[in-house]
Design a protein around this ligand. Structure first.
Ligand code: DGJ
Length: 388
């Protein structure tokens, strides 16, 4: 064999080995089989998942995670990029799907670069076959005073989403009072009973403030927007139109005057649950949960779902979404953000399992866990039932 032939073979061998090595490094990013709450969570490219204040949509065997794309430093507390999408089959390993909704270079756009665009949630509308994204929107340079909600739509799950409009919902509508609501619990239009009622009446003509939010789609296909309103004093739970892109004017107020943020709603065995937080900016506070037998309430305040060390500060996080695990019973993941306002991109994801205890739910800290947690939980419940 002459020298050049050997060199050629050697180079092929070296390239092949390097390829194998690179491949194994690349796929080592994709080998997670546990959750590590609060740790750096690499995507398929090895970059910490940049989807904060997010939510997850399950669609045809794949989970899609959407969240705020943050940049470094405190500049990252406003939107420079948009909403980032990721996909996963197993919930541990996430593929970067790019930016699903881009903020605009046009300074006159509602979603101009530098606006505040928080807590995006995406749902699928089977009637229109469109993906609908809702988010909390604050207009460029106006701090948190606009308190609007924004909506965007797409034909494909990962976008591109097209911005539709932003507004304050339910202008000119009084709340819906389910039969049996006491008159004393209703807003006295001319003589509001408290600060929150006064703010409600102040905003009655122009629409209600809408900040921290989530979207919930019920089993019957109806969708609801749940948001912090009335200067963050009171939650609103509002019905969306059949195409999910507008409010119908039907809504209720929840936990009046008690300053709930970060709502995350889910349903299990016919019962509705909501987890939220108090209102302390980026700093953590005790979580709170509510239950109801009907979406229209009454919603009962149930206290703090977190237990054990760190429970008084939600383990350093704030709720953003509750994710039902496909194919498992009583399996829900509490998703929370551990914010890093000084270096926003470094915000961490706290995913913890929710445990059902009779009529209660509990969330406890785990350094590391896997989806088999839910199977063990189910086996434990079964053996408890047998020994009763
Ligand atoms: C708490 C909210 O939950 C976050 O989404 C964000 O709006 C911060 N407040 C801003 O201080």
């Amino acid at each position: 064999m002459n020298l050049s032939k050997r060199t050629k073979r050697q180079s092929i061998f070296i390239l092949f080995t390097a390829g194998l090595l690179l491949g194994s490094i690349k796929s080592s990013y994709a080998q997670a089989n546990t959750f590590k709450p609060g740790a750096i969570w690499p995507d398929d490219k090895g970059t910490h998942i940049n989807a904060h204040g997010g939510g997850v949509l399950y669609q045809n065997g794949t989970y899609y995670w959407f969240g705020e794309h943050k940049i470094e430093g405190d500049a990252g507390n406003v939107a420079h990029v948009g909403v980032h999408a990721y996909s996963s089959k197993d919930l541990y390993n996430w593929k970067d799907e790019g930016i699903a909704l881009k903020v605009s270079d046009d300074k006159t756009s509602d979603i101009a670069k530098g606006c505040i665009l928080e807590r995006p949630k995406v749902v699928y509308n089977p009637k229109t076959k469109k993906y609908v994204m809702w988010f909390h929107l604050e207009l460029l340079g106006k701090g948190y005073e606009a308190a609007r909600t924004g909506v965007a739509v797409a034909d494909r799950v990962t976008g591109p989403f097209k911005f539709v409009r932003s507004y304050r919902p339910n202008a000119g509508y009084m709340p819906y009072y389910p039969a049996g609501t006491l008159q004393s619990a209703q807003i006295n239009k001319l003589n509001p009973a408290n600060r929150s009622d006064s703010i409600f009446m102040r905003d009655f003509p122009g629409g209600q403030m809408a900040r921290d939010m989530t979207i919930f789609v019920d089993d019957d296909g109806k969708a609801y927007h749940i948001f912090s309103s009335e200067e963050n004093n009171t939650l609103h739970l509002a019905e969306l139109s059949d195409d999910f892109t507008a409010h119908t004017g039907k809504f209720i107020r929840i936990y009046i005057g008690q300053q709930t943020e970060a709502p995350a709603l889910f349903k299990n065995n016919g019962k509705y649950y909501m987890i939220g937080s108090g209102c302390t900016g980026w700093a953590p506070n005790p979580a709170r949960w509510f239950s109801a037998n009907s979406i229209w309430g009454p919603w009962k305040f149930e206290g703090n779902p977190c237990v054990g060390a760190g429970a008084q500060k939600t383990f350093g996080g704030q709720s953003t979404h509750v994710l039902p695990v496909e194919g498992k019973k009583n399996a829900f993941i509490f998703m929370a953000d551990k914010w890093a306002p000084k270096n926003a991109i470094d915000g961490r994801h706290l995913w913890l399992p929710i445990t059902f205890k009779g009529n209660n739910i509990e969330i406890k800290w785990l350094d590391e866990w896997g989806l088999d947690y839910f199977d063990k939980q189910a086996a434990q419940n079964q053996s408890n039932d047998k020994s009763k």
